[in-house]
Design a protein around this ligand. Structure first.
Ligand code: CA
Length: 632
């Protein structure tokens, strides 16, 4: 099939007061008609206005009267079959996203939004990412939020738990993370917005099933029937987080759509998705995969991201199953984001969800990280090495398997040094929304350990993430020993549609496990204070980071230790970090010189805990713990 590819066409609908222009790419259509509706769902079809065919498969219509507030669809005729859909370039939609709002988006900017700015982030390794779901974070009875599970929840700045601990935005500030990464907040299909409005809270979904990429999700708005509501409220969320110094990252899923029976396939059949032998291929594991390498799809993705970044002042994007997308598209995205703001952070999962029909040579996979321009990938080596394989529940890693030998520690050293690439291209983490929470994983992989030992394991794991080269990332609630427990007591490793009872963050844990929270807070503060922990290039790591030899460790097994020092700075500090996975304390040869102990046992932060005597011969690292010394 030949498709004309007008990549410079300006597609969508454009409201200009007394005139609205509609432009859609429908290269195989025999006729396209704009259907005008009074409402976003239901209500009357008031008018059918035929579009005019222009060159390169573009259909166009201008209506010279004020249509603002009406909704429309395109009715596309092909082979005698008429199919109706929303505009693929929709920026606002009605309930459940089936009709596009003819809108004036300037109406959605709240007071102060024009002055709103992205958070300052000089280099990507300065970021500390916190991954959360709108609902999980705000919905529990002990969250202190008046509005639960909505974009507007994030305009409440002073929420507290019953025992008086800060929750929500106050908690994020206290913890010290720089960016919040939201699980899907674009319009997804799996929650019925109409039913959700009538019976709130009965449905739950992570939202990895895109319907309208350029529109916020309706079930997070207070009024999904009013196309402006969700747009306005997401902007209020961004504004409030920015005011509090926190950046907003959007999880985007350009690898597949909820259904192939939607606006892409209706307007340009056979174009947007990869196919083989007449079948949709399944690189996403969700039934279809988007053909990012085709010019009109690439255009769509790039323009979508530019729109979202500019309209909502977003600070970054996380790409789901990024290896389904191609390298060229990703690099074009980087280029266009740099034109908007070079501080915009881009990262993704460097793998597929199923067998993709994209040539592996051009896939934006973690193997090709060096061909991606300032786009980071998740480091599954650190993730699995620190606490065990995500796919084998009982499998332990470094912190929970002191019996293991040199293979694991060798792999972990490579990971902690930034996976042989620029650290700014590596996302370091041990838990995310997928798979078991860190705390649940430790319960299953270290069943004989006491709760106190597992707390130590959790803390050691956190130290390995926050003291590695790369960009640290954590799942919301990891710092509160978050668990996702089913009613039968088993742990939920795929809670995408589980109820609040499984997914909601329990804020009272902040009181119960205050020491754990303080430790994460201390690690973050320490990381922020020491530039050497945030190196951005491979060359810097090669110059500044060395791992201690077996001899320097006195032959102790299950201990990883590194030294950070910049030889190009004569008076620069030296950082020595030890990670002891043994269930007993280990005594090592003490380093020569004067040292301040900054992190030890269950304490971390920027206060000196002790000074190491210059004549000490030995250094004792407590069981299952991290210890950090700073010169001077
Ligand atoms: Ca939706």
């Amino acid at each position: 099939m030949h498709y004309p590819e007008p990549i410079h066409a300006n597609l969508g609908s454009f409201y200009l007061g007394k005139k609205t222009t509609f432009r859609v790419w429908a290269p195989l259509a025999e006729a396209v008609t704009v259907y005008l509706y009074e409402r976003g769902d239901g209500g009357k079809l008031t008018e059918r206005i035929p579009m005019e065919e222009k060159e390169d498969g573009i259909w166009e219509l201008s209506v010279r009267r004020d249509l603002e507030g009406l909704y429309y669809t395109y009715a596309v005729l092909r082979g005698g079959v008429l199919k109706e859909c929303q505009d693929p370039y929709s920026k606002a939609v009605g309930c459940n996203g089936n009709r596009t709002l003819i809108c004036d988006l300037t109406k959605t900017d709240s007071v102060g939004f024009a002055k709103d700015r992205r958070v300052a982030c000089k280099k990507q390794t300065d970021a500390i990412l916190y991954e959360l779901h709108v609902r999980d974070f705000t919905v529990s009875a002990d969250s202190g939020f008046a509005t639960k599970g909505k974009f507007l929840s994030f305009t409440e700045e002073k929420t507290k738990s019953p025992s008086g601990k800060k929750t929500g935005i106050g908690h994020l500030k206290e913890l010290g993370v720089t960016h919040v990464h939201f699980l899907p907040i674009y319009d997804y299909a799996s929650v019925d917005e109409d039913a959700d409005y009538r019976a709130p809270g009965k449905q739950y979904n992570w939202g990895y099933d895109p319907k309208n990429y350029n529109v916020p999700e309706g079930s997070y708005s207070v009024d999904p029937y009013d196309g402006y509501s969700r747009v306005r409220e997401l902007k209020q969320l961004v504004r409030t987080l920015h005011k509090n110094g926190i950046g907003v990252i959007m999880d985007v899923v350009y690898n597949h759509t909820f259904t192939t029976d939607g606006c892409f396939e209706i307007t340009a059949p056979g174009y947007y998705y990869r196919m083989q032998d007449g079948q949709f291929t399944n690189g996403s594991g969700c039934g279809n995969e988007i053909a990012s390498e085709r010019p009109m799809v690439r255009k769509y993705i790039v323009e979508s991201l530019c729109f979202l970044a500019k309209e909502y002042h977003l600070d970054g994007f996380r790409f789901d199953l990024m290896a389904v997308l191609d390298i060229e598209t990703m690099n074009q995205i980087r280029e266009r984001m740099d034109e908007i703001d070079p501080s915009i952070i881009l990262y993704g999962e460097g793998w597929n969800g199923g067998p993709s029909s994209l040539y592996p040579e051009v896939a934006a996979s973690k193997e090709h990280v060096d061909r991606l321009n300032r786009i980071s990938v998740f480091d599954d080596v650190l993730r699995d090495g620190v606490k065990g394989d995500v796919f084998i529940k009982e499998n332990p890693g470094f912190v929970n398997q002191p019996a293991d030998g040199t293979y694991l520690t060798a792999k972990l050293k490579e990971a902690m040094a930034g996976m042989k690439t620029d650290p700014e291209k590596v996302i370091q983490y041990v838990s995310a929304h997928d798979n078991l929470t860190l705390w649940d994983k430790l319960a299953l992989s270290a069943p004989k350990a006491s709760e106190e030992e597992r707390i130590s394991m959790n803390m050691l794991a956190a130290s390995m993430v926050l003291l590695s080269q790369g960009i640290p990332f954590m799942q919301a609630g990891e710092e509160l020993l978050r668990s996702k427990q089913n009613p039968d007591g088993t742990f939920n490793e795929n809670s995408y549609n589980a109820p609040d009872s499984v997914n909601a963050i329990c804020w009272e844990n902040k009181t119960k496990y205050e020491q754990v929270f303080r430790y994460y807070q201390g690690l973050i503060a320490f990381r922020k204070k020491h530039e050497l922990l945030r190196l951005h290039s491979r060359a810097e790591v090669d110059r500044c980071m060395t791992f201690l030899s077996d001899e320097e460790l006195g032959g102790a097994g299950n201990v990883i230790a590194y030294r950070l020092q910049d030889p190009s700075r004569k008076r620069g500090e030296t950082i020595l970090a030890y990670f002891n996975a043994n269930t007993e304390a280990v005594t090592l040869p003490a380093p020569a010189g004067k040292w301040k102990v900054m992190i030890r046992d269950r304490k971390a932060g920027c206060q000196t805990l002790a000074k190491l005597k210059q004549k000490s011969k030995e250094l004792t690292i407590p069981a299952i713990s991290c210890m950090v010394l700073v010169s001077g």
